[in-house]
Ligand binder design. Sequence first.
Ligand code: ADP
Ligand code: MG
Length: 345
Amino acid sequence: MIEIKNLTKFYYSSESVALALDDISLTFAVGDFVAITGESGSGKSTLLKVMNGTETYEEGEMCFDGVKTSAFGDEDWDRLRREEIAVVYQDYQILDNYSVLENVESVLLICEERLGKLTPKERRAKAMSYLEIVGLTKQAKQKASHISSGQKQRLAIARALAKNSQIIIADEPTGNLDVENGRMVMQLLAEIAKTRLVIVVTHNYEQAEDFVTRLIRLYRGQVSDDIRLRESAQLPATGAEAENHETPEKRMRKRDAAGVFLKMNLRRQPIRNGFFFLLCLCLSLAFLVFLGIIAQNLDDAQAMEYNEKAYFNGDDTRILIRNVDGSELTADDFAAISQVKYVER
Ligand code: ADP
Ligand code: MG
């Protein structure tokens, strides 16, 4: 499934060149639970990054299902990361503001084009089935930020499962966990590896040795040991693959997914959304008042009748006169004004 041949990877910086992977040749197949160990700086993370397409390589070749990645463009790598490989990180990378259940539901939504359309009820049921595998059904309604570290990592694994990829890679998934939780996570990954390929990087090999089917040790970028510890599961593909091929008419439109995300976001951030709503309300009111003022001033003549400024006279030699009631001046009025000394019309 993954074939790596004579792969070499350098990191270049302005001052130095580091040889991170040195002529690595490895093959991986479904059904294996592989542990990659080695001291710090031996190239473990780099190997995972190269496999995931987040780092390039200089020499050698890597093939997925027989297809050479040297010919891959950005789109091919995007598709591989989106569909074929799920990654579990040491720091979980879950959605803190969402509930445990919503964390898994969101993956099903994101991948719906590939996995097929589900009604909200079906999506919930499927997400719950993944939570059941990782033992988190009781926490389904809890906010993800409120569960324990071990539970967070199990949630990250449930999200990886929901992606339904054949390959799951994990970089130090037990790095932040105590011994008991670390062991639980390893056991869970071993179970999952029966129908997928699971590759886990760990510097704490004792935690994994009871479960892994194969041990690879790296030393200064080279493979120093590659030991088979148990038979790989080599199970036939499960229904998971069939799920990948839902009919197009069953696919939910992206617009629908955006709507569901909007609802989840609104529900999950009530305070922030409340402030946003108030801000919108204030802006709307201010706008209405502004419109009112403009409307009031549309009739200039009326406005001017009461507007002192309109009658402001900047010239000392002139005086402006009007009737108190606003009526027109008559010929008698003009005659009377003309009688006043020094005044002319
Ligand atoms: P490990 O995960 O086994 O601790 P890494 O794969 O992170 O090892 O690192 C392998 C080697 O590559 C180390 O010598 C490290 O210093 C170097 N390296 C890793 N990442 C980078 C990077 N981004 N830039 C330069 N050198 C790096
Ligand atoms: Mg590392």
